[in-house]
Design a binder for this molecule. Structure first.
Ligand SMILES: [Zn+2]
Length: 122
């Protein structure tokens, strides 16, 4: 019984978010953990939606060229062509040579998703 009491006590403390003395898990009270998780889900949903809209818009604007390349000059397969685009994007990020209006990080996420779509079609 003594052990159980000290175990409960050791979980009691000041929540590192709200500062209230409560039972803590990972230094957070239950209410703050739920708030953080909800905020994470909202933020994740926003980013994924932005990514999805960008991919759909670009797929339309570029005529599905990433997954159905026109192959006029390059005969490389779909994945290899996407790999080259990813390398180019990484190279640009490394050399911090972003063009105005471009979002290299979002583009990189997009290419990685296109790569997964391409792989799923093989
Ligand atoms: Zn809290």
């Amino acid at each position: 019984m003594g052990n159980l009491a000290s175990e409960v006590e050791s979980r009691l403390g000041a929540c590192h978010i709200c500062g209230k003395i409560k039972v803590l898990t990972n230094r957070k009270c239950k209410e703050c953990a739920i708030d953080q998780h909800s905020q994470f889900k909202r933020d994740l949903g926003f980013i994924l939606e932005q990514l999805e809209l960008t991919l759909i818009e670009k797929n339309k604007a570029y005529g599905d060229s990433a997954l159905n390349p026109c192959r006029i000059f390059s005969r490389a397969d779909v994945l290899e062509q996407i790999n080259v685009r990813i390398d180019d994007k990484l190279n640009r990020i490394i050399n911090s040579g972003e063009y105005p209006g471009d979002d290299d990080e979002l583009d990189l996420l997009g290419y990685l998703i296109l790569r997964r779509i391409g792989r799923s079609r093989q």
